[in-house]
Design a protein around this ligand. Sequence first.
Ligand SMILES: Cc1cc2nc3c(=O)[nH]c(=O)nc-3n(C[C@H](O)[C@H](O)[C@H](O)COP(=O)(O)O)c2cc1C
Length: 222
Amino acid sequence: MVKAKFIPFVNFCEQTLEEMQTNAKNFNEKMQKRRTIRDFSAEEVPLEVIENCLETAGTAPNGANKQPWHFVVVGDKKIKSTIRQEAEKEEREFYEKRATKEWLEALEPLGTDSNKPFLETAPYLIAIFDKKYNVLPNGTKSKNYYSSESVGIATGILIAAIHNAGLVSLTHTPSPMGFLNKILNRPINEKPFLLLVVGFPEKNAVVPDIKRKSLAEISTFL
Ligand SMILES: Cc1cc2nc3c(=O)[nH]c(=O)nc-3n(C[C@H](O)[C@H](O)[C@H](O)COP(=O)(O)O)c2cc1C
């Protein structure tokens, strides 16, 4: 049994009601500008920015404080090229064989296909792994709780941090993604969660003309 230990909470970010309203509005306006980008430029990104965004992601609330995530940052051209080859192999299978008609129809407005040039063009790929369990030094397994929910929240915070830093991202999920364990040398207790492509948009980047649901559509106040 470990006895819980408490320390004073000194980091409350207290604001006036006015500041609260302004900050909530400004953050909303900023996040409304986030889009998934598929046309990346090759422009370099300072690694320190990525490091800060990852530390931000690591602040995510998580099941039983197990922090069940691992981020692999890939800037190496050869590794990016191998990831592209493997991802495109899976994507061809998906678009040509595995995807249902309904799924392909849902993807139509996005105009995506099995070609993923951004996996090589973008300066960084961040492979996010969900640690389903931990392997202790003596070889026994220790459980993680709500790991998918936790990693999902961390990923959301990471995407917001990347956007806040003035970069763009693409949430990419070649399915299945088991090839990432092999290429990136990650153990089997870590399940690939998704691949985040990070960088700057190409000068003439375009995005699908799609709409976000309104507040009334996504919420209920009782
Ligand atoms: C879990 C998840 C998986 C996704 N997988 C892909 C993907 O494999 N390829 C892709 O081009 N976009 C992918 N997306 C991006 C979505 O298509 C995009 O977020 C959605 O169309 C809304 O567009 P927006 O991000 O520009 O608002 C994925 C997003 C999420 C959250």
